[in-house]
Design a protein around this ligand. Structure first.
Ligand code: SAH
Ligand code: MG
Length: 216
């Protein structure tokens, strides 16, 4: 369905993932009905594991949508961890705000409404985990800011990097997505060959990339 994995593999993996709690299940349902592209269950699971292992205290997300991944991150980190999340659509940010309000994480998650490329230069402080999940054609621009804000030993996780498989083969590319695909390919080339960083592309969900900033 996503052109990344065979349906039976994806279906099997999803069948063994524990069910989401009530709050998240309601958001998943809304996302499904309204075509909001939230992280897939196997990506959420992977993200939880990375967060539990790395225990970041200062998280940045680009692309809040309705707050689903922000809540997943809040659930998987310590009580004193903070999440800053950027969303350019006010309607989405309002939905996220309300969704977050119905969890116990309102103090943990701060939503900033605005264009990421305008907000990013204004951010202060350092982050130890950054989740890129907004305009896919702009990942390289986002990354250049984010890598400056990332502490050594920190991780940047980028979602949708295989973009329905189009990034891996021209056979799947549809014409109006050509530019995004070209940019995502440049992005993956860049992060995979960047000195001082180690990256890895993982074929789950719509393709996830992890980038580790070396600690020396
Ligand atoms: N991370 C969310 C899904 C995000 S969908 C989750 O998994 O639950 C991507 C979101 O990024 C959309 O809501 C879109 O409005 C927002 N977005 C896209 N480009 C952006 C930009 N340049 N600046 C800020 N937000 C952006
Ligand atoms: Mg995504």
């Amino acid at each position: 369905m996503t052109n990344i994995n065979e349906d039976y593999i994806e279906g099997y993996i999803r069948s063994i993932i524990p069910k989401s709690n009530e709050n998240l299940a309601a958001i998943e349902q809304y996302a499904h009905e309204n075509h909001v592209p939230i992280i897939e269950p196997e990506v959420a699971q992977f993200m939880k594991l990375i967060l539990k292992k790395n225990k970041p205290k200062n998280i940045l997300e680009i692309g809040t949508a309705i707050g689903y991944s922000a809540i997943v991150m809040a659930q998987s980190t310590d009580g004193d961890a903070k999440i800053t999340t950027i969303e350019r659509r006010e309607d989405m940010a309002n939905l996220a705000f309300n969704n977050i309000k119905s969890t116990s994480y309102s103090d943990k998650i701060k939503i900033i409404i605005g264009e990421a490329h305008e907000i990013l230069p204004l951010l202060e402080g350092k982050f130890d985990f950054i989740f890129l999940d907004a305009a896919k054609g702009q990942y390289l621009d986002f990354f250049k800011y984010c890598s400056e804000y990332l502490v050594p030993g920190g991780v940047i996780m980028s979602d949708n990097v295989l973009f329905k498989g189009m990034v891996a083969t021209d056979d799947l590319v549809i014409r109006r997505k050509k530019t995004i695909v070209k940019r995502l390919r440049s992005y993956l080339q860049y992060i995979n060959n960047l000195s001082g960083y180690v990256s890895c592309v993982i074929p789950i969900g719509d393709g996830v990339a992890l980038t580790y900033k070396e600690d020396r």
